[in-house]
Design a protein around this ligand. Structure first.
Ligand code: URA
Length: 438
């Protein structure tokens, strides 16, 4: 096989066989195929696309390019959830114990935040003592014992994707639906769960801005799941405003605790119930969506989900008293409110502006190894559509440095647009893609 011929075949609209893709990807990982040839192939894919089987083949080849997690020692169906990245999106911290409290096992590997979106592992590390690094044995034993474990990525999962993603990032080839879909699914498959519920975010605070692109990605993800026999469902959900009300690690843990106590923001709670419903149905733990939802609602109302959260925190070495006393979480030294300049309806709350402000405060990292400040962030106090009066609090900034606090107030204020007319309501979920739709 010659690499140039494979690039040419793709350039001219052909499809590569599994063997040809294997040759390309493994050659690239071994360093035998240079960046410039892989970049040329990625650009050819960008323009010509890949069909469903070709995308699934690439996914499995990347999934098997490094370490894979064998979760077969965990009894029962293991359901995983993945979000393409949102703002004030503390879903995993609520959803994982909520689903586990119904008896469905959650064995999840999560990431750290990078850029403007937060990461579950950073949030969990704001709980004093919480260990996000467990051995494979500890991880599996914990899921068998209490039905839940969430850890940071260990080993080298899908190294082919890591290399290819870094190359795409600098060759203008990120925005290709088959390349994005295979990248996401390769990591999920390597992490070993039996089925996936995917939350594809769309809007100003998301990586995809257009609904049609998000739907196309959702279809491609579900199609891969179908071809590799891992049941997969995708919801396309709104990211034109922050999902919850808190942005920043400890602040999001606090919000997750309140949500598990039934006192969380409406959209965050609703999305957790909808994603949880899909997980229970995938796992065969409920006959239909109505039964799944009512079991989840019961878990929230009765405190079962909250109890599971405390059990989970304790099992991973964290201080479970944070659930009853959120003052045990890291607290920032300075707070300042952003006030409404006039009376009117909140038209927009730009999630990207708020996420970037939180990042500049130190809540997120601009580069992979940067340190973060777990206490800082933003608590939004209003939602789109709320009527506010001049002087009402729109958001509270938490900072550990007075200069950064002042700069954050200036940076975040334009995120809030106040106007005369009541704005139309945006849906929370734009669509759902199941295996029947692809
Ligand atoms: N997220 C991923 O994991 N991969 C992509 O290609 C894009 C977003």
């Amino acid at each position: 096989m010659r690499t140039a011929e494979l690039i040419q075949k793709k350039r001219d609209g052909g499809r590569l066989s599994r063997e040809e893709l294997e040759f390309l990807v493994s050659g690239y990982v071994r360093g035998e195929i240079p960046d410039y040839q892989m970049a040329a192939w990625a650009m050819a894919v960008f323009f010509q696309g890949m069909d469903a089987e070709e995308t699934a083949d690439l996914t499995l080849i990347m999934a098997n390019s490094g370490d894979t997690l064998d979760l077969s020692a965990i009894k029962g169906f293991k359901a995983d959830k993945h979000s393409t990245g949102g703002v004030a999106d503390t879903t995993t911290l609520v959803l994982a114990p909520l689903v586990a409290s119904t008896g469905v096992r959650v064995a999840k590997m999560s990431g750290r935040g990078l850029g403007h979106t937060g990461g579950t592992v950073d949030k969990l590390e704001s709980i004093p003592g919480f260990k996000t690094s467990l051995s494979a044995r500890e991880f599996i034993d914990q899921v068998n014992q209490i039905g839940i474990s969430v850890v940071g990525q260990s080993g080298e999962l899908a190294p082919a994707d890591k290399l290819l993603y870094a190359l795409r990032d600098v060759t203008a080839t990120v925005e290709s639906i088959p390349l994005i879909a295979s990248s996401i699914m390769s990591k999920k498959i390597a992490a070993g769960s039996d089925g996936f519920v995917l939350d594809v975010k769309v809007g100003r605070g998301a990586f995809l801005k257009k609904e049609e692109d998000a739907l196309a990605l959702a279809k491609s993800l579900v199609q891969i799941g179908k071809l590799v026999r891992k049941p997969t469902v995708a919801l396309v959900t709104d990211m034109n405003q922050p999902l919850g009300r808190s942005i920043g690690n400890a602040l999001e843990v606090k919000e997750a605790i309140q949500t598990l106590q039934g006192r969380g923001p409406r959209n965050l709670t609703e999305l957790c119930l909808q994603l949880g419903t899909e997980m229970l149905v995938l796992a065969g733990a409920a006959a239909d969506a109505a039964e799944a939802r009512s079991r989840l609602e019961h878990s929230l109302r009765s405190g079962l989900a909250f109890d599971k959260f405390k059990e989970w925190v304790a099992a991973q070495g964290g201080d479970p008293r944070v659930a009853e006393d959120i003052s045990l979480l890291p607290q920032a030294s300075f707070q300042q409110d952003i006030l409404a300049p006039r009376r009117g309806f909140v038209q927009e709350i730009d999630p990207l502006t708020l996420a970037l402000t939180a990042m500049h405060l130190g809540a997120g990292r601009a580069t992979k190894d940067a340190a973060i400040d777990l206490a800082v962030g933003i608590e939004v106090q209003v939602g789109v559509g709320d009527l506010v009066s001049a002087g009402d609090v729109l958001a509270r900034i938490h900072a550990n440095d007075p200069k950064q606090l002042a700069a954050a107030v200036v940076e975040a204020a334009p995120a809030f647009v106040i106007g005369e007319a009541e704005p139309p309501r945006r849906p929370l979920v734009y669509g759902k893609i199941t295996a029947r739709d692809v």
